[in-house]
Write a protein that binds this ligand. Structure first.
Ligand SMILES: [Zn+2]
Length: 189
């Protein structure tokens, strides 16, 4: 498309939810979203099918095209079983609450075995903790501080984080995305 008119279409607006070929999101955390520019490129390269559209269109002199709001890949990508070790994902595993006192406020991270004692920055040693608890524990071990986390930290699967993620929906969810994000929610007990 040449000379595309994009007036009224913000550069960072109208993201498309990207589904795998099985119509599940390619990734939940972070949610797989493409800019509308990348999405249109993928449509023209024939890499995706358009599943749903926004009302807003971009125009060339000869055609108009509604911006896709959901696309699915034509080729299935094998999803990874384990999510990346990121700050956000540690918080999500721990449901955005201090693992010592349960507070959702002023969250930071605590190394159960302090780094000064050789503790590693891994799924098995890092937990969400509020700043007061983190300060109180300091460079002591859990036994020395007599502070034990409510659950032993573990490496979550994508499924774990997906389940927890339902408790914390993203700030922005286009209506056309919801079916694909919560399609299996009724299977939960
Ligand atoms: Zn706390």
């Amino acid at each position: 498309m040449n000379a595309v008119s994009t007036s009224g279409v913000a550069t960072n607006g109208f993201p498309a939810l990207v589904l795998n070929a099985d119509f599940r999101p390619l990734s939940y955390y972070p949610l797989s979203l493409w800019s509308w520019q990348d999405t249109i490129k993928a449509v023209f390269l024939d890499r995706v099918n358009i599943v749903a559209e926004y009302e807003t269109a971009v125009r060339s002199p000869t055609t108009a095209m509604k911006l896709p709001s959901v696309v699915s890949l034509k080729t299935y990508v094998k999803p990874s079983l384990y999510p990346a070790f990121t700050r956000f994902n540690v918080f999500l595993r721990d449901k955005f609450s201090c693992q010592f006192c349960g507070s959702p406020d002023d969250l930071t991270f605590d190394h159960l075995i302090p780094r000064s004692r050789g503790g590693t920055t891994t799924w098995h040693n890092v937990i969400a903790a509020c700043s007061p608890c983190n300060l109180r524990k300091g460079s002591k071990t859990v036994d020395e501080a007599k502070m034990w986390p409510s659950q032993q930290p573990f490496q979550p699967t994508v499924h774990h984080l997906h389940r927890n993620g339902r408790l914390f929906p993203p700030n922005y969810l286009h209506e056309s995305w919801v079916d694909y994000l919560y399609w299996d929610s009724e299977l939960e007990p």
